[in-house]
Design a protein around this ligand. Structure first.
Ligand code: 13P
Length: 249
């Protein structure tokens, strides 16, 4: 049975005090979730939040890591540094990083390798933009993203990857993919995994949906057989909403 998961992605929201307050609230209300619960926070929160969440079922993720191991890369944060905070996961390949910080397939491939080498579990995001969906190209886009950055991994390495399908047109727009659109894409992704790594790996890989997933639509999305949970942006910033999504899983 593959892991079901609800992961938050705070993005560039919450200063340290606000982030700590939210993590404390979540610790109070998320006691015995039926799925893996992860919160992705900015780098500056990681160590404090990971410490605060010791003894809680909630795990911590970074939202990024460097594509270099260490050295003179001013302002960067390496996978090793992330790991040393107590974080277990690292979100990589988010469409905002691809679009605004020009992270291409090769850069993301390096980041994934470094995250894995340092014992972090990547939550690797893929998804098409609106024009690609309108042109019916979503499958080829997602396939290329997988081939470009994670299909170099061995099956053993790939077992540490969680995928997140996040159609870019649905992120922060209120335009959620329909449950049928999500299921169709997740099933397609799983078929690619089966082709590449075999049926067992495909069946064991957790594939999250992200993009305007909230406390109202989560249950309907999660009811699909290939949708294993959600990667939540806006709704993860409010403890009660995030809890309601966890309860829907
Ligand atoms: P929203 O839930 O705000 O649409 O963001 C989704 C997302 O990008 C999660 O990584």
């Amino acid at each position: 049975m593959r892991t079901k998961m609800v992961a938050g992605n705070w993005k560039m929201n919450k200063n340290l005090q606000e982030g700590v307050a939210l993590a404390k609230e979540l610790k109070e209300i998320v006691k015995a979730p039926k799925c893996e619960v992860v919160i992705g926070t900015p780098f500056i929160h990681l160590a404090t939040v990971a410490e605060l969440l010791k003894g809680s079922p909630i795990k911590v993720a970074a939202e990024n890591c460097a594509d270099k191991e260490k050295g003179a890369f001013t302002g960067e944060v390496s996978a090793e540094m992330v790991k040393s905070t107590g974080a277990e996961y690292c979100i990589l390949g988010h469409s905002e990083r691809r679009a605004y910080y020009h992270e291409d397939y090769a850069i993301l491939k390096e980041k994934v390798l470094l995250a894995l080498a340092n014992g972090l579990k990547p939550i690797f995001c893929i998804g098409e933009v609106k024009e690609e969906r309108e042109a019916g190209r979503q499958n080829e886009v997602v396939k290329a993203q997988l081939e470009g950055s994670v299909f170099n991994l061995s099956a053993e390495e790939f077992c540490n990857i969680t995928l997140a399908y996040e159609p870019v047109w649905a992120i922060g727009t209120g335009l959620t993919a329909t449950p049928a659109q999500a299921q169709e894409m997740h099933a397609y992704i799983r078929s690619l995994l089966a082709e590449k790594y075999g049926k067992e790996v495909a069946e064991d890989t957790t594939i999250l949906y992200g993009g305007s997933c909230n406390e109202k639509n989560a249950a309907e999305l999660f009811a699909n057989p290939d949708v294993d949970g959600g990667l939540i942006g806006g709704a993860s910033l409010v403890a009660e909403k995030f809890k309601a999504i966890i309860d829907a899983r």
